[in-house]
Design a protein around this ligand. Structure first.
Ligand SMILES: C[S@@+](CC[C@H](N)C(=O)[O-])C[C@H]1O[C@@H](n2cnc3c(N)ncnc32)[C@H](O)[C@@H]1O
Length: 260
């Protein structure tokens, strides 16, 4: 819906959310957590998952993530053990192979075993280990990683808190997370419809990250143009506070690894 130049600012503000609301995927709230998780797994196991790598290329997300890492907007060379959550076809993982410290351990994890198989084939590298897991129940020890990357995945959570708390549990105090999420814009609404997921309000996500002990250290943009136009989604580096309290029930979940 185009805004008319003579519309008052308040009218313009009202129209954008209306279009966004119309387009945005609403199916998540109608399903139980388990039903929705099964749907997501099926979605990525199937034909849509098969074209994910191509879609990331066409939307420029994949090359832009590479640029961000090469330009060290997020400096991956600092870390020794990196977990890439929701690796998909290995879009972010592929760039980590090239930009992270060559001696760093890289682990890719995903709900969809099929996506990890695609990532393994596509990346054709012996370096990452692949683990099939739900991000809300990661099969890793507390404080196991000094870095987590998670690109365009938390959109598949009704409530991001269980996932973010799990990140806090497996991150070392002072460890960093690169979190990329679809924003509640019109473009974001189309993405949510295509991939059956939700979007995030920047302020709300910031508040939730603070709440779970992952305060944002820096908001990132792919390029100066993205920064100027406030486009490209929510890209942040957050850090686990040294005194973050992991809830007792999340401690020592045991490292049950499901190698793909
Ligand atoms: C849009 S793709 C992101 C791929 C890649 N990270 C990137 O940056 O382009 C989302 C991936 O998250 C995975 N995923 C969705 N929900 C998940 C969950 N609860 N736990 C782990 N992975 C999940 C999907 O299987 C899919 O491969």
């Amino acid at each position: 819906m185009a805004t008319h130049p003579t519309d008052s600012p308040s009218k313009r503000r009202k129209r954008k959310p209306a279009l966004r609301k119309l387009v945005e995927f609403k199916g998540m709230s109608r399903l139980s957590l388990q039903q929705y998780r099964n749907d997501v797994k099926q979605l990525y196991d199937g034909p849509k998952g098969a074209v994910l790598a191509m879609a990331s290329l066409v939307s420029l997300h994949e090359p832009l993530m590479g640029l961000m890492l090469r330009e060290r907007k997020f400096d991956a060379t600092r870390f020794h053990k990196i977990l890439d959550v929701g690796s998909g076809a290995g879009q972010l993982l592929g760039h980590l192979i090239k930009t992270a410290n060559p001696s760093a351990d890289l682990i890719g994890c995903d709900l969809s075993h099929q996506m990890l198989r695609r990532a393994r084939t596509r990346l054709n590298s012996k370096r990452p280990a692949y683990v099939t897991a739900d991000l809300t129940q990661l099969p890793f020890d507390d404080n196991a990683f000094d870095c987590i990357t998670c690109g365009w995945v938390i959109e598949h959570l009704h409530d991001p808190r269980p996932g973010l708390r799990e990140f806090v549990r497996v991150l070392q105090p002072g460890g960093s997370i690169l979190l990329l999420a679809t924003e509640d814009t019109v473009a974001g609404a189309f993405t949510s419809r295509t991939w059956k997921c939700r979007t995030y309000n920047r302020r709300e996500l910031n508040r939730i990250c603070e709440e779970v002990g992952l305060p944002w250290r820096e908001q990132l943009y792919f390029t100066k143009l993205h920064r100027f136009l406030k486009m490209g989604g929510i890209l942040v580096e957050a850090t686990k506070q040294a005194d973050s309290n992991v809830p007792m029930e999340l401690e020592s979940r045991g490292a049950r690894r499901c190698q793909s």
